[in-house]
Write a protein of this length. Structure first.
Lengths: 120, 114
């Protein structure tokens, strides 16, 4: 159980186009999903927190108009990179929190396999 | 603000031997969780072990154990009987300020040599 998928796993696009990345919790419901960005040989940097049915919360320095997040259901969050440029090329990872974990315990985050975005 | 420091960018160990990865952190919270995640070449993040700060007993998961020193804010990971499949990046992580956002260290690249 606790599987998170991401689609696509790899995408190449031209500069100026928009790209949508999907994050799905396959066997649990996730009220909260997180989007991270990881540059080569670096750590994960949290970009935003995606909350089902409400607006995403962005970390300082992350452009909300550049990285559009929609969390339309308890199993799906999407990240759209708008007007992509080569500097947006990166590895994007989502994680999801299982809302049904018991009280008193940390709601563990389950990570997706990541999406490699290359902008030409 | 919470910070997580991993001072060993790279480490290597011979197969079947033991290796310890270090992590120090800073937080103003009194009760919190600490995590070690593994990221193999596939880049899939995998939870290795979790420690609750109010528990004095060090967490253990099979070959993986931690040495948690709350006063020193130290949280090291010991891997016993290292296997080739343990080759990966290892990240120490701490929830940010009472929330469930995770702050990650810069990671330690571990290579297990045959």
């Amino acid at each position: 159980g606790a599987v998170v998928s991401q689609h696509p796993s790899w995408v190449i696009c031209k500069s100026g186009t928009s790209v949508k990345i999907e994050c799905r919790s396959l066997d649990f419901q996730a009220t909260t999903m997180f989007w991270y960005r990881q540059f080569p040989k670096q750590s994960l940097m949290l970009m935003a927190t995606s909350n089902e049915g409400s607006k995403a919360t962005y970390e300082q320095g992350v452009e909300k108009d550049k990285f559009l997040i929609n969390h339309a259901s308890l199993t799906l969050s999407t990240l759209t990179v708008t007007s992509a440029h080569p500097e947006d090329s990166s590895f994007y990872i989502c994680s999801a929190r299982d809302r049904d974990r018991g009280r008193g315990s940390y709601n563990e985050q389950f990570f997706g396999p990541g999406t490699r975005l290359t902008v030409l | 603000a919470q910070t997580v420091t991993q001072s060993q960018p790279e480490m290597s160990v011979q197969e079947a031997e033991t290796v310890t990865l270090s992590c120090t952190y800073d937080t103003s919270e009194n009760n919190y969780y600490l995590f070690w995640y593994k990221q193999p070449p596939s880049r899939q993040m995998i939870l290795v072990i979790r420690q609750e700060a109010y528990k004095q007993q060090n967490a253990t998961e099979n070959r993986f154990s931690v040495n948690f020193q709350k006063a020193a804010k130290s949280f090291s990971l010991k891997i016993s009987d290292s296997q080739l499949g343990d080759t990966a990046m290892y990240f120490c992580a701490l929830p940010q300020g009472g929330s469930e956002k995770l702050v990650f260290g810069k990671g330690t690249k571990l290579t297990v040599n045959p």
